[in-house]
Unconditional design. Structure first.
Lengths: 154, 278
């Protein structure tokens, strides 16, 4: 069971960076192929000294509250950073999920991959302005397997 | 009209939230008003469908953190005045007049409401007269955030489907589902307010209500209702030691899901039969 503290309540009642950006520079989608849950990230990017900066970021979640909290936390971290630090943020997030049960990891993976998708969309758009939207599918499953006891009962 | 729909949507939610915040007779009045505003919302929506104007359920965030009821009532009053001015954009003049008349009455009543302190944001996470273990409190907190959003989502999905259907059999089912979700949202919202964790549900993505296949939505919905039953049962088990009353409430919600599942199956069969009949 997740332990609830004031920070978690704040993310649930007032998710940070929730919504869309009109005229976003790039959009990316992280999707759970198992149940169609999705996270959509919108980015506004500025170029400075040869680096791409995430000037503004918004997300929308079609998923559970855990996904919303992960979106709120990760987009806060991502706001104002360069793409290269963004790649590190994604890598660290995904590596932290390796030891987390699959059904708990799925939501954060979906947010991290949607950020990666948005950054990759932006990069593609630099050479092809008509490029569409990158979508990445998660590997973790958020379906809880029945326990041994439950299987036996069945 | 599009802006009118958005502003009416925001006013409906803000009035409902104010109802959750009140602990006096004002609560029921605010609930009644939120119902009236929701009906305005559906009428405006119907007008847009009739005129072929595209629309969605997007809206701005609604700041509701206040320390006394008067503060949010002033905001609601201001929103109502702004909405009244925007009614000039409504081509159906008799509808505009009806809404304007309702607004003026509601403003008058709201202006006379007594102020009261609001504790809906103090994060006390305590329910009156009930002492829950920290584990049960956490489980209840997570449940309320998850399910209050879900009920809001369902109200809008069923409302959208109803608005785009002329089938009386199906619309009867959708209306029952809207009414049930309204009841659940109120129950959960009141609890959240009492526990000091009130929040406005997040904006729902248009792909959730502009569904490609109603049948698939109903099939997924039935699975979700079954999952919700399990959540209610787990929560009932978690709180039963501390509060039989609260456990009974979640058992009640659990058994209501059976009713929803039956209705959704009826709707699904109806769609499938209509498809077979060509």
């Amino acid at each position: 069971m997740t332990e609830v503290d004031a920070e978690l309540i704040e993310h649930m009642s007032n998710p940070k960076n929730y919504g869309t950006i009109d005229g976003a520079d790039a959009i990316g989608i992280g999707e759970n192929p198992e149940n169609g849950e999705k996270v959509i990230i919108h980015l506004r990017v500025t170029e400075q000294d040869g680096e791409s900066f995430i000037d503004d970021i918004k997300f929308q979640a079609m998923g559970c509250m855990t996904t919303v909290v992960a979106g709120s936390v990760i987009t806060q971290e991502a706001k104002g950073i360069t793409f290269s630090i963004g790649e590190q943020l994604i890598a660290v997030t995904l590596s932290m999920l390796e030891n987390v049960p699959s059904e708990e990891a799925a939501c954060s993976e979906m947010v991290a991959l949607s950020l990666k998708a948005a950054m990759d969309t932006y990069t593609h758009k630099q050479s092809d302005p008509d490029f569409g939207t990158v979508t990445y599918k998660i590997e973790n499953s958020c379906v809880v397997e029945p326990s041994v006891e439950n299987r036996e009962q069945k | 009209m599009k802006n009118l729909l958005i502003k009416t949507h925001e006013l409906w939610l803000e009035t409902l939230m104010a109802g959750f915040m009140s602990r006096t007779d004002s609560r029921q009045k605010l609930y009644d008003f939120s119902n009236i505003i929701f009906r305005h919302f559906t009428w405006i929506e119907r007008g847009m469908i009739n005129s072929g104007e595209s629309y969605d359920y997007d809206r701005d965030s609604i700041p509701i953190k206040v320390e006394n009821l008067n503060s949010i009532l002033i905001n609601i009053n201001t929103r109502m005045s702004e909405l009244d001015l925007q009614l000039v954009a409504c081509p159906d003049k008799s509808l505009a007049q009806r809404i304007s008349s309702d607004i003026k009455y509601m403003q008058k009543v709201i202006s006379g409401m007594k102020d009261e302190p609001v504790t809906s944001f103090d994060t006390s996470r305590k329910l009156d007269g009930i002492s829950l273990t920290p584990e049960a409190t956490d489980a209840l907190t997570l449940f309320l955030f998850e399910e209050s959003y879900k009920e809001y989502e369902l109200i809008l999905i069923y409302n959208y489907l109803q608005a785009h259907s002329d089938d009386a059999f199906i619309n009867r089912i959708y209306q029952i589902m809207i009414d049930e979700s309204n009841f659940h949202l109120r129950s959960f919202g009141q609890m959240m307010s009492e526990m000091g964790i009130l929040g406005v549900p997040r904006v729902i993505h248009r792909s959730l209500y502009q569904v490609e296949s109603v049948e698939q939505f109903l099939r997924d919905g039935i699975d979700e209702e079954i999952a919700a039953k399990e959540m209610c049962k787990e929560l009932s088990d978690a709180v039963v030691k501390d509060s039989k009353e609260l456990a009974h409430f979640f058992d009640f919600i659990n058994f209501q899901e059976d009713y929803h599942i039956t209705l959704m199956r009826e709707a699904l069969e109806h769609y499938e039969k209509a498809k077979l009949d060509g």
